[in-house]
Design a protein around this ligand. Structure first.
Ligand code: CUA
Length: 181
């Protein structure tokens, strides 16, 4: 029997299994198991995926909560669009909105302090990618992702959108500041 020609016997699945065929089935099965167990293993030891909590929300509720933090803790604005730079109290809740095609607001965090970072989208799926840390989180409308983050290096980080979200996708970039005190 070959892979290109039709099988000689119509009831081909009742023919005895070839040794090679069995070997490949076993190899494929073992590989499936390896990949299956690598998922939880890598989640814990790979230091790449952030454990997060997820809650249902709506764009309106999330925008309102973000606005409250922005109103309270904006320290300055940046760029022509006057994007607020928000410096929330250490240990506090930090909100970041993803929408076509911007991140809002800009966050300024303190090194060594732990924050609760809340992410949600207003419209479509976006991707929160923090560079050069290589942290990746999908951001979806209707869902609020919450992560505990503790920045361990001060400086300016880039946030890029890594889910294609339309014509302005490549312009959906922002930054995140981590300051020493
Ligand atoms: Cu947002 Cu791509």
């Amino acid at each position: 029997m070959s892979a290109i020609h039709p099988p000689a016997q119509r009831i081909w699945w009742k023919q005895p299994l070839d040794k090679i065929e069995l070997a490949w089935i076993l190899i494929a099965f073992v590989w499936c198991l390896v990949m299956f167990f690598m998922m939880p293993y890598w989640h814990v030891y790979g230091k790449q995926n952030l454990s997060n909590e997820t809650y249902r929300t709506t764009p309106e509720i999330f925008a309102k909560k973000t606005q409250e933090v922005v109103d309270k803790h904006t320290v300055r604005t940046e760029t022509e669009e006057k994007i607020p730079v928000v410096r929330p109290p250490a240990g506090g809740d930090v909100y970041l909105i993803a929408r076509l095609w911007a991140w809002w607001p800009i966050l300024e965090l303190e090194k060594g302090k732990t924050y609760r970072l809340h992410l949600s989208a207003m419209d479509y799926q976006h991707g929160f990618s923090l560079q050069p840390e290589n942290i990746n989180v999908q951001v979806l409308p209707g869902y609020e992702h919450v992560m505990n983050v503790t920045p361990n290096r001060s400086g300016e980080y880039a946030i890029v959108c890594n889910e294609f979200c339309g014509i302005g996708h490549h312009k959906m970039v922002s930054k995140l500041y981590v300051v020493d005190k």
